[in-house]
Structures are given as C-alpha cells and as structure tokens.
Design a protein around this ligand. Structure first.
Ligand SMILES: Nc1ncnc2c1ncn2[C@@H]1O[C@H](COP(=O)(O)OP(=O)(O)OP(=O)(O)O)[C@@H](O)[C@H]1O
Length: 290
C-alpha cells in the first residue's frame, strides 16, 4: 500500500537524511510510519500545533478534498472531492478497491501530503495555513502512523526504533528510553527491547511500529493495512492492540483494510471508490470495541 511514486522514509543511520514522518521538518510524499512523541501511558501530547486541537475540534474535517498527481505529463485525480468529519475517539475503517484513493486520503489526513484543492482541518488546524515546518509539527504531535510494511530501522533495536520520534522533540535520552520501554511494554514486547527487526516476527515488528506510533501519545492513529503482511493470529493481536487503544484510551483509530474481519471491528465504515466517498455508514455489526 505504498504510493507508486513515493519512496520509504529517509532514516537516520540507514543512508537517508534525518527527516521522516515523525520529524519536525519533513517533506511531502513520504510513506512510512512514524509516530508521534509522548508517553505511552498518559493521554495527550505535549500541546502545540496538534496536541490539544482547537477547543475540542474534530480530529479531521475535510471539505471537497482533492489530490491530483502529475505523472509524465498525465494528471491522475486520486481524490476528487472528499468531504468528511472524523471526531475524536472514533474507530473508522476505510475500504475500497485498489487504486480508489485510500492511501492518498490517509496521507492527506496524516499531513504527509497536501491537497491540491479543498480544505482540511486536523485537530481544528487548517493545514493550508501551515508551512512545511508547521505541517511537520502538526503531524509529529497529532498523529501516529502504522503502515503495512512496518518501516522500522533494520540495524536498530526495538527500543531505539520506538524512541526515535522523541529525538525530534528534543526529549532527553533517559526519558526517551523510558517512554519507549513503556510503549513497548504496552504492546507486549517488554522482552524484546534489544532485538533488531530481523530478529523478530512480522507480528512483533508491527507491534514495535505501533509502539513507535504511540510513544508520542497521539490523539489519532492512522493505520494503512496494518495487518496486510501478517498471518491471521498476528493480525488479530495487532487489531486487539488498536481496538484497546481506541476503547480504553480514547485514541481515534482510522485504518485502511481489505479484510472484512478487520473492518468489522470498526464502528464506522467509509467506502471509497474512484476518489470519492461512496458510502459512509455506522457499522451495525461492530463487535470488537465498546
Ligand atoms: N505519487 C503518485 N503519483 C502518481 N499517481 C499516484 C501516486 N500515488 C497514487 N497515485 C494514483 O492515485 C490513485 C489512488 O492511489 P492510492 O494509492 O491512493 O489507492 P489505494 O486505494 O490506496 O490503492 P491500493 O488499495 O491498491 O493500495 C491510483 O490511480 C494511483 O495509481
């Protein structure tokens, strides 16, 4: 579920630069998960651009959101006017056929990209009013990302992977490590702190990625096919963690999935087709969360 024209995040120590989705000065068209800084145990971030939102504003408000790409002189209208509102604490599944615009929408919601038309407010902040640094700050503080392919640093321990977003907030090393340890503990990986990704199963790697998304205490977690690369047992574990995050900590979860069982856990389902919302319904059969 990556954009054809986008690469993975540039990662420190792995041949890339220092910016990524979780940094304070990222760039557009990134694909990767990063998360957001903060404590895995406590609610709310450190305030600022996205920490508290504007007076209890919805997590996302989009009006006629559009995104076109130009590829070799040809324009591709990936999103053609999407209007939606997602409140704090919701659990939403985004569904739709391949190429319908789901990832494009997720990237816009996650401030990894900018719309070519329409307006988007994230926690009450109109993203069009932000320069790239402001957008990166909003992303860093408001949203945690979990992606299908984990995007962990391969030569780096689980603890350091999870602590990484806090580096960009200037959190002191000892505190970074403690918060990362707590985040890993919260996803059942207290016994894997020093393991590198290659020394862990796919399910464990995705749990590390979730811990990294949570370490910043985001109000919203965006997950793009979080179970897509996992066997069914690992997928269930990952979904259990995301469901608990929503029901116990009130974090809004917005996920893209092709899997019915995963979509069944959400309270609301948004169907996207040809860059538009086709259907937006409450999930009558929701059974995963209260
Ligand atoms: N960076 C890009 N440059 C050009 N076209 C793009 C880019 N990213 C996406 N597209 C096109 O935009 C459309 C929507 O893509 P998107 O990745 O959002 O779909 P999707 O619903 O997530 O698909 P899938 O389920 O296969 O991942 C597709 O036609 C795709 O080819």
């Amino acid at each position: 579920m990556t954009h054809p024209a986008s690469g993975g995040p540039d990662l420190p120590g792995e041949g890339g630069g220092m910016d990524g989705p979780w940094t304070s000065a990222g760039s557009r068209h990134r694909d990767g998960e990063g998360g957001v800084p903060g404590s895995a145990g406590a609610r709310r971030g450190d305030g600022g651009a996205g920490g508290e939102g504007e007076g209890g504003a919805p997590a996302f408000e989009a009006v006629e959101l559009a995104r076109s790409y130009r590829l070799e002189g040809v324009s591709v209208d990936a999103l053609r006017g999407v209007s939606l509102r997602i409140d704090q604490g919701e659990f939403v599944a985004i569904l739709g056929p391949s190429g319908s615009g789901k990832s494009t929408l997720m990237h816009l919601l996650g401030c990894l990209d900018r719309p070519t038309a329409g307006t988007l407010r994230v926690n009450g902040v109109d993203v069009s009013t932000l320069d790239d640094t402001g957008l990166a700050e909003l992303r860093n503080q408001a949203v945690g990302f979990v992606f299908q392919s984990f995007h962990l640093l391969g030569r780096t321990s689980a603890l350091e992977n999870v602590a990484l977003p806090l580096v960009y907030r200037g959190v002191a090393k000892a505190e970074r490590r403690e918060r990362a340890r707590r985040a890993l503990e919260s996803v059942g990986l207290a016994h894997r702190l020093d393991h590198r990704p290659s020394q862990m199963s796919g399910g464990e790697q995705q749990r590390v990625a979730i811990a990294r998304a949570l370490v910043g205490d985001p109000r919203v977690v965006l997950a793009d096919e979080p179970t897509g690369n996992l066997d069914s047992k690992s997928g269930q574990e990952v979904m259990g963690i995301l469901s608990d995050l929503n029901s116990e900590r009130g974090v809004a979860v917005v996920l893209v999935t092709h899997e019915r069982e995963v979509a069944d856990l959400a309270r609301r389902r948004i169907h996207v087709r040809d860059g538009r919302i086709e259907l937006d319904t409450a999930n009558e059969r929701e059974g995963g969360v209260s």
